[in-house]
Design a protein around this ligand. Structure first.
Ligand code: FEO
Length: 409
């Protein structure tokens, strides 16, 4: 255990654990370098409560966190905001040690606790908006379906105005030293990891995020205490506003920047791409380049989510689009990274075929095609001149999109 409990408000403690062991979050998203924290909270009162549990692998660390603050037999309630195993797979081991504690969750979560963990005993389904008193503290339950799973809720402490938001407002990256936003010199990294978590995990549910944010509305929130990443006590409003911005990207297509998706078998497409990038630089539109055959999708998605322009640069392969590019575009569609402006370039050897795949993918992407250019074999001098103009034209089109946020981190 590398972190001790931290009091975030009188008698309310962060009791999270760091995960440095998992390489792929959800078995899919790389967190090798960053890790992730599973944040849980303990409220000590006449009746004591734990809010969210932990991943089963870290049950012992989690129990140590509780025991350093209170006798585990004194826990009256276990609030399960979300059944996903990163937060709840320890439930059987925890329940064995505190059989009398009542699990509080949504009705839908109650059913999922049975299907995921065979857990049926001593569960009380709470209503949306219901308040339970612990003594000095109260807990109010706010249904937020599909942020992240359909059973998900948040828990609000109305007197201290603390929102235990579960996945919402959270991010990758383990915690060390301070857990608070106002104590971090590397706050920008946590914001970057929050956007990465959003684009990897939450983006598909952006409509539900918008509904949840509207439901939170003007509720006074002093502290945002998510189940991953930093606790926001100084700038709670900042992370909430960022979330609104990120959710809105699903509708407005994002900021006037360009994501360059690049793949090349023998360097011919890349040679042309260099000229296109010179044109984009001339216009001055910011861009990020990804190698679709080598860069992990977990790092490509935040750019695809945030940037309105997409440059697809890849050759024909076996009469179809370069397969790693197809895979990235399919994931963009799955995550609903819609309303982008796209241009495509690529080399082909004899008959082509990449464009057909690309057009089929567009059926699911709702992207506007600005321009497209293919050449056979090696790009010739005339092609390369055209490449620069292609970049200028595309960048100018992307630049027409107004910035939707002044705080696009
Ligand atoms: Fe952090 Fe949806 O789990």
């Amino acid at each position: 255990m590398d972190m001790q409990p931290v009091e975030i408000s009188p008698d309310i403690f962060w009791i999270g654990v760091n995960d440095h062991k998992t390489d792929l979050f959800e078995g899919l998203w790389s967190i090798v370098k960053e890790g992730v924290s599973y944040n849980s909270y303990l409220i000590k009162d006449e009746k004591s409560a734990i809010i969210d549990l932990t991943k089963e692998l870290f049950t012992d660390d989690f129990l140590q966190q509780i025991q350093s603050q209170t006798d585990i037999q004194k826990i009256d309630y276990i609030v399960i905001n979300h059944v996903e195993p990163d937060h709840a797979s320890s439930v059987n081991k925890i329940r064995a040690l505190m059989p009398d504690a009542v699990i509080l969750c949504t009705e839908r979560a109650r059913k999922m606790l049975i299907s995921f963990y065979g857990m049926e005993e001593n569960i009380q389904a709470v209503e949306d908006g219901q308040i339970i008193s612990l003594g000095k503290h109260r807990l109010q339950f706010i249904y937020t379906p599909n942020v992240h799973w359909p059973e998900t809720m948040m828990t609000y402490e109305p007197d201290r105005q603390i929102l235990f938001s579960c996945d919402a407002f959270g991010g990758y990256k383990t915690l060390s030293g301070s857990i608070f936003d106002d104590d971090r010199a590397d706050l920008d990294e946590y914001i970057r990891e929050a956007l990465r978590y959003y684009s990897n995990i939450v983006a598909n549910h952006s409509n539900s995020v918008r509904k949840a944010l509207s439901k939170l509305g003007n509720m006074p929130i002093n502290i945002v205490a998510p189940s991953h990443g930093l606790v926001w006590r100084k700038e709670a409003a900042r992370i909430i506003k960022l979330y609104q911005t990120w959710a809105d990207y699903g509708d407005n297509g994002g900021e006037p920047f360009i994501t360059v998706l690049s793949g090349s078998m023998y360097g011919n497409t890349n040679r042309f791409l260099e000229k296109v990038l010179e044109g984009i630089k001339d216009v001055g539109v910011p861009y990020e380049v990804f190698d679709v055959a080598r860069d992990q999708i977990a790092y490509i998605l935040p750019a695809l989510w945030r940037n309105q322009g997409v440059l697809v640069s890849a050759p024909t392969y076996e009469a179809a689009l370069f397969p790693p590019m197809t895979s990235v575009l399919q994931m963009a569609a799955q995550k609903k990274a819609f309303h982008k402006k796209v241009a495509r370039v690529g080399s082909y050897g004899w008959a082509g075929g990449a464009h057909r795949t690309f057009e089929n993918l567009l059926n699911d992407l709702r992207w506007e095609v600005v321009d497209s250019f293919e050449f056979v074999g090696v790009p010739k001098a005339g092609d390369l001149i055209r490449g620069r103009d292609f970049g200028i034209h595309f960048a100018n089109r992307v630049m027409l999109a107004q910035p939707v946020s002044s705080q696009a981190d």
